[in-house]
Design a protein around this ligand. Sequence first.
Ligand code: ACO
Length: 376
Amino acid sequence: MTQPAYSPGLEGVIATATSISYLDTEHEQIVLRGYDLMELARSKRYTEVAYLTLYGRLPEASELRAFEDRLRQEAELPEEVYRLLDLLPSRMHVMDAQRTVLSYLAGLEDPAELQDTSPEADLRKGVRVLARMPALTANAYRALRGLPRVRPDPSLGFSEGFLYMLVGTRPDPEAVRVFDVTLTCYIEHEMPNSTFAARVIASTLSDLYGALVGAAASLKGPLHGGANEAVAHMLLEILEAGGSARAEQYVLDRLRRGERIMGFGHRVYMRRPDPRAVFLREALPGLAGRRPEGEELLRIYGVVEAVMRREKGLHPNADYPVGLLYYLLGIPIELYTPIFLAARTAGLVAHVAEQHGDNRLFRPRVLYQGPRGLRP
Ligand code: ACO
């Protein structure tokens, strides 16, 4: 029997049919339920785009109100979750705490509801998880750092309340708008590793929570969502090492050592720009004045970008501007990837519901390269 073609890393392989999103590289567009994601980011709130992602169409005003009310009503964490967070080892990464809590939340579901893999049940549970994600993310961090709990404030909108819990003070409207836009940019992105992981898990008819836990583990990796934290660390390292005057040499040294520059390159975009990175870049100058080192970090940002384009022909991906935007907004660095997961929850839930709605078990084959015919 002839083997089907082998593509390392499944590069270029069509893994599933979907009507959620598509990276249309030819037209430099991220298509989300028929809309251009960047147009949505410019004109809609995250919650509107979350509704679109989950239910396949933009909400009417009354539907949006009801959806936002539900997110508000379900935002508080069950008391047991706070107790669980207090038990976690302080050296744990916030992503791992988030993943642990997601696993625990499965146990708080009614068993019949947990096992119900109908798309309707996935969306029901998924909206609950999405509503809890801001408090979960902020309080995971706070528990690990020995800080007091922060409760969701029902008088605040989703992104404003989320940012408030992350930084501990009431954010101003400009900060809220930029933060909201980053959440929209992160909401859904076709078939990255974490979404694939979620769909693979869901395809065994395992439950939504299991799929989200798997996705969280995938997203943590520095080749995927973990890159936004790595970007902030790198920019600060360059600042320490001499700033923008040293940035070019820093990049060249790393490339010579065969190291990667985080926040650059992408499996699908390859050597084309990531529309999210182009769009989010626009917000940087307006925020640079918020920290004393902001302007210099922005200069470093520009030098690294130019050197990467010249040396490798590589463009930034979304994690590059986000790494600096979140820093300028005063968000602790270890929260960047957990925020990405919180924002991506809507996309992941939509994918699990779609998988469960028309399921075929994922079960690929291998190109076997080991020995044969050995005898014990
Ligand atoms: N820095 C330096 N070189 C790079 C980078 C980078 N960030 N990304 C790709 N390259 C180079 C590789 O060295 C390779 O060069 P070569 O052909 O001369 O050997 C070439 O580009 C192709 O790289 P691959 O690793 O084969 O491409 P792949 O599609 O597997 O990688 C990935 C995609 C993992 C995202 C890669 O670009 C990378 O490691 N980037 C840094 C991590 C990062 O930013 N991840 C975030 C992804 S987007 C997101 O999750 C929101």
